[in-house]
Design a protein around this ligand. Sequence first.
Ligand SMILES: [Zn+2]
Length: 293
Amino acid sequence: MTEVLKTHPNIESVWLLSPDGSFQPPRIAVMGALHGNERCGLAAIERVRADAENFASRMRRGTLVLIHGNPLATEQGKRFSRGGVDINRLFAYEYLHDLAQAAWTYEHHRAAAIRPVVTDVDALIDLHSASRPTDPFAICDGTPEGIKLAQSTGCNITYGWDGPGMLMEHVSIGALVAAGKPALSIECGQHADPGAADIAHRILCHFLGALGVTDHGVADETRATYRLFGRVVKPTHDFQLAGPFKSFDRLAPGEKLGSGDGVIIHTEQEAHLLLPTPTAVRGEDIVYLARKE
Ligand SMILES: [Zn+2]
């Protein structure tokens, strides 16, 4: 019998799935558990692997590249490994030149190892979850094609992550976005939500269907679109958000966003919150602000 699933010949914890065992292009990368405490994307990948023959029979062309993003952090149940760094800030690959290899953490090595299947593929979906409850949402570039692809997944749509001072070039989808190729990062729900794995799998199927790689249908409802205009870095050690915010909560102009000793931040204009992260430490992003389109 033809093998439709195989392990990647030289990258650990990466698998290839093909409709007929020929492993032809285009290559569509599917990433899960880039952050080790975000299991839903990995669960979706495991489900595809466990159901390989059936899933492959729904493929029309190409090769799926299934990537377990951060195996050590997954083992440790943490966002990143002990003593390590957030791997989803390393994909500009500046450290290859700027940081002596002796100083690399596990995540630096892992980002280098998966570079070919992150930067040199034809499309990528990167499945995450969030520390606070959220409706599923897609992070895309703001092009009409990117927004249309995000709409096909049935998620809320966010864009503007590539504005000045934002993070797009440092995250997993940055290279493909810069190359004008289809790439989405998805927040599927809260880490602990037992439904997030099903959501991740469903979104993945819609994504592959939209690309014409599988015969899955796309989502039939169109969700709201939000454009980012701000990124709030936690300014002081004791700064706290003003409430138990969730993604897409709305603040009116002048409402308090958060405060700490000697610091209060109010919104100047209406803002929808994205990825509020009460556990952020000083200097990390504590929340993003978006406008509903
Ligand atoms: Zn994540």
